[in-house]
Design a protein around this ligand. Structure first.
Ligand SMILES: Nc1nc2c(ncn2[C@@H]2O[C@H](COP(=O)(O)OP(=O)(O)OP(=O)(O)O)[C@@H](O)[C@H]2O)c(=O)[nH]1
Length: 243
């Protein structure tokens, strides 16, 4: 398993169960153990929202695992993945929340907006109704998200150019009407613009953070402002999906 990706809910158990490397029987070998990786300087939460089937899970999985599932099941409630990236000389641990697009889950998913520093709002550029739903999602953002959250509108499924219904200009126009919202088109399937979406969003978030404070101060301020509530305490744990 790629060590960059770990599921915090498992790691948080604290048991860890002692790996071979930690066995006292290894004696001098243990002195040759590799240094543990440098801890993250920042922890950021990003949430992906949008109507059912627009490709939220696909974008997340392409970014975190570089995989694509042709026939995925709909997300139930919320799911998340972790990915650590380095930007502006800082190590950033991203917690990416993938929400269900179905309206019946809104009461669950809305609880995850508040802690998000970045919001990716996705529509499917081959499906008019997913674009028509955008004002509804903006209302959710206005109601539940922090005003400081960075916003990015994504027209997904760019590989389906022949089935395109929503022009690039329409997407751009929608985003331009919302203060500070960025826009881009992407394809989770073809892995086009996927890394760019997340990295640009993180870069925008970092550009507004005081990166140059000493590390000690950082851990007392930014990190404590951003505790890692793997799951808001009042909610049931996110249900994992399978393909
Ligand atoms: N052609 C194409 N298909 C895509 C792309 N992204 C996702 N899909 C497909 O669209 C379908 C829905 O993708 P999901 O990632 O499950 O969509 P979602 O937004 O997470 O859906 P919900 O969990 O129901 O809200 C799946 O069959 C994917 O394979 C893309 O970039 N191009």
């Amino acid at each position: 398993m790629d060590p960059r990706y770990d599921i915090p809910r498992r790691a948080a158990g604290g048991g860890g169960g002692g790996s071979a490397n930690s066995s006292p029987a290894l004696g001098s070998q243990s002195r040759r153990r590799k240094m543990p990786p440098r801890p993250a300087d920042f922890k950021l939460q990003i949430i992906i929202i949008g109507s059912r089937g627009v490709g939220k899970t696909s974008l997340m999985e392409r970014f975190t695992d570089d995989t694509f599932c042709e026939a995925c099941k709909s997300t139930v409630g919320v799911d998340f993945k972790i990915k650590t990236v380095e930007l502006r000389g800082k190590k950033i641990r991203l917690q990416i929340w993938d929400t269900a697009g179905q309206e019946r889950f809104n009461s669950i998913t809305s609880a995850y907006y508040r802690g998000a520093k970045g919001i990716v709002l996705v529509y499917d550029l081959t499906k008019q109704e997913t674009f028509d739903d955008l004002p509804k999602w903006m209302k959710m953002i206005d109601k539940y998200a922090s005003e400081e959250a960075e916003l990015l509108l994504v027209g997904n499924k760019l590989d389906c150019e022949t089935d395109r219904i929503i022009s690039r200009q329409q997407g751009e126009r929608f985003a331009s009407r919302i203060s500070g919202m960025r826009f881009c088109e992407a394809s989770a399937k073809d892995n086009f613009n996927v890394d760019e979406i997340f990295l640009k969003l993180v870069d925008d978030i970092l550009s507004k953070m005081p990166l140059e404070v000493p590390n000690k101060e950082l851990s007392n301020s930014v990190l404590s402002l951003q505790p890692e509530p793997e799951v808001p305490p009042e909610l049931p744990p996110p249900r994992m999906r399978c393909c």
